[in-house]
Design a protein around this ligand. Sequence first.
Ligand code: P6P
Length: 346
Amino acid sequence: ETSKKSSYEIVTLTTWLLKQEQLGAIDGEMTIVLASISTACKQIASLVQRAPISNLTGVQGAVNVQGEDQKKLDVVSNEVFSNCLRSSGRTGVIASEEEDVPVAVEESYSGNYIVVFDPLDGSSNIDAAVSTGSIFGIYSPNDECLADIGDNPTLDAVEQRCVVSVCQPGSNLLAAGYCMYSSSVIFVLTIGTGVYVFTLDPMYGEFVLTQEKVQIPKAGKIYAFNEGNYALWDDKLKKYVDSLKEPGDSGKPYSARYIGSLVGDFHRTLLYGGIYGYPSDRKSKNGKLRLLYECAPMSFIVEQAGGKGSDGHQRILDIVPTEVHQRVPLYIGSVEEVEKVEKFLA
Ligand code: P6P
């Protein structure tokens, strides 16, 4: 007789992944890759929450490929993520915001998924204990050149092949997610069957399923833009943001919320509705956020929740990257809110 489902069944990320594997939604290799990512996130959560105690605040004293001052925790989080993925033995190539080029993983002995990640997004918030997050996306191996990558003379043949393997459009993503290190540690994941939310129970160090098939509200009167850049924006965008401040038919204007951490601003937008935007401006013509490991994974998640991710004119998931750290403008959130800004920008 099959075991009866107990009334008090806690679903953990581990048991949820095994169930998806049993249902055929993911294979055993993907199950192991996702489990290893969740382990990395638990380790990073612990490091982040104890940063001031273990002298892990402040800068590393190096600059990454983005030209940004690396925080100590940027470097450590990148090592944690890379080590967990390598020891899973199921990843073929990994691409990180903190690495100049994607790297092939020698330790793979079965399965060779491509994993792209930002190990600690929003790390400028660490010293003030404001929320940060890790973002990841998983692709199948790919060896044909999907875009005109061009021959980069500084890369050897292996590195060039790694670049080709990661430069895939977000529409190829098999899984995407993030872990937010905030008042709760929240692991959000989609494998293409909706968006699932897990909350870390520190009592026994497991991610527990707390929300299933999240749907983002179709509209929401919260906008998250860094208006410090207002003077640099083009006029159409200024008109859009100005329009949000007019008390509409409801008589109330939008509320501005901006944490300075994509994961925090996105998670609030996913649950409450609204829009997050990082536009291009006169200083950065493609905006600031990176397509591969920030905009594409977040756009896959938001579409799985019934929302929209756009660069202002086209679907983020349709953009084929031509280089690993390519930046794109990002407008993401409730369908009606993203369509509203696209109309202003047309
Ligand atoms: P700004 C963090 O560096 C980040 O990549 C996102 O997490 C965040 O939304 C954005 O940049 C903040 O950038 O220019 O507003 O400080």
